[in-house]
Design a binder for this molecule. Structure first.
Ligand SMILES: *Cc1c(COP(=O)(O)O)cnc(C)c1O
Length: 380
């Protein structure tokens, strides 16, 4: 078949994803064309993407260091700022090593594809982020997925594969469901079988735990490998892997993403260091976020659509049916609330949903209004 016949056949299908170009946004508002909406879809949970101190730091960083890092980790791209940021993160989260990557996607690829060799086993929660699942599929090992947050299923897989090296992967706060696994039990089970536990805390870092140290800190566990990202609560972009000395040195030597990719711009690292400072001191922001989540939970207590009862900033309104999701999304947008529907196949069959994210900058009235519209929709 000709290349373009195949390509066209694929892109002419129905239900393709579309992007909507925003004019601008912050964590409370988003402007699309000429309409301003209250934004219930942002990952900028603490509003730091517009924090003046961080913007100032980025500008100052650019003045000192220029705008590009000028190279990869081994050739010209690693600076004293990168080194300081690594040390600050390691100290903050109590790990020996920090390895920086330009994105969470790259970090997950790097760890999984470089650690996993032939005959190794990856055991991941079924609902893990695509960057985890794709890396596992692309690796030389074998992937097993266990039922979402189900210990029994995980135990079984651990027992039947214990002769091989096993990497167990889950998330701190799941990106589509807002729930958290029983991490303490996971770690106990994985240690018993000499497996490594890897937790991707993209949505928990900056939010959960003392001074925002994340979900693992809150649950009092220290997984062998912790992934954090800077595109969510940190308000910028980039990611880091936290681990012990040996795993860190291994990644530095054998991760292609680490070796052959341009490092995060030094000025951005300068801004990220300020963002880290804001997060450490962000007790008030987290308190406000908790208050907003509580308000949302209270107002939606009787809504049958939120079966998971997420206590986190991610609140799925599970309508099951793709058409219903489209209808409620349109209705909310008509009234000035910006949300995104997540349909199958992004989420499993029969779990189509609207993914609402609560953030620090929402006003009480925003939460009340959106809840009312959802409630009315339910009664149609
Ligand atoms: C967002 C996200 C990523 C990807 O991080 P990027 O920095 O956006 O590439 C990885 N894992 C999880 C769980 C995420 O939510």
């Amino acid at each position: 078949m000709n290349w373009y016949i195949r390509i066209k056949k694929k892109i002419n299908k129905k239900n393709l994803r579309t992007r909507i170009a925003k004019k601008n946004s912050n964590s409370r508002f988003i402007q699309i064309m000429n309409k301003k909406y209250i934004n219930f879809s942002s990952n900028d949970y603490l509003g730091l993407s517009h924090e003046k101190k961080i913007i100032k730091a980025w500008k100052k960083g650019a003045e000192i260091y220029g705008i590009g890092s000028g190279g990869s980790n081994y050739i010209n791209g690693y600076s004293i700022e990168h080194k300081l940021f690594e040390e600050e993160l390691a100290k903050w989260l109590n790990y020996k090593k920090t390895i920086l990557f330009t994105s969470g996607y790259a970090a997950n690829q790097a760890v999984i594809t470089s650690l996993i060799q032939k005959k190794d086993i990856i055991i991941a929660d079924r609902l893990s982020h695509a960057s985890i699942i794709d890396a596992a599929i692309n690796s030389k090992g074998k992937l097993y997925r266990f039922k979402h947050n189900e210990i029994k299923n995980l135990k079984k897989l651990l027992s039947s594969n214990y002769k091989n090296k096993m990497l167990i992967i889950t998330e701190g706060v799941f990106s589509m469901d807002g729930d958290t696994p029983k991490l303490k039990i996971y770690h106990k089970l994985t240690k018993e079988k000499n497996a490594l536990l890897m937790v991707d805390d993209a949505h928990g870092i900056g939010i959960n735990g003392l001074q925002g140290r994340g979900t693992c800190w809150k649950k009092n566990i220290k997984p062998e490998i912790l992934i954090i990202t800077f595109g969510k609560a940190f308000g910028i972009s980039g990611a880091a892997v936290l681990c012990d000395q040996d795993i860190g040195e291994y990644l530095e030597q054998f991760s292609k993403n680490f070796i052959y990719s341009t490092t995060i711009p030094t000025a951005q690292i300068y801004a990220l260091r300020m963002s880290l400072k804001c997060i450490k001191k962000g007790g008030d922001l987290r308190k406000k976020l908790k208050k907003n989540i509580k308000k949302f939970n209270q107002l939606n207590k009787y809504l049958p659509y939120i079966p998971k009862k997420s206590k986190n900033h991610i609140q799925p309104i599970i309508l099951k049916d793709n058409n219903k999701v489209i209808n409620l999304t349109n209705k909310l947008r008509k009234y000035g609330y910006w949300v995104h529907g997540i349909n199958t196949p992004t989420v499993p069959h029969n779990t189509a949903r609207i993914r609402i994210t609560i953030n620090t900058e929402h006003k009480k009235q925003d939460i009340k209004n959106i809840s009312e519209i959802i409630y009315e929709f339910q009664n149609i």
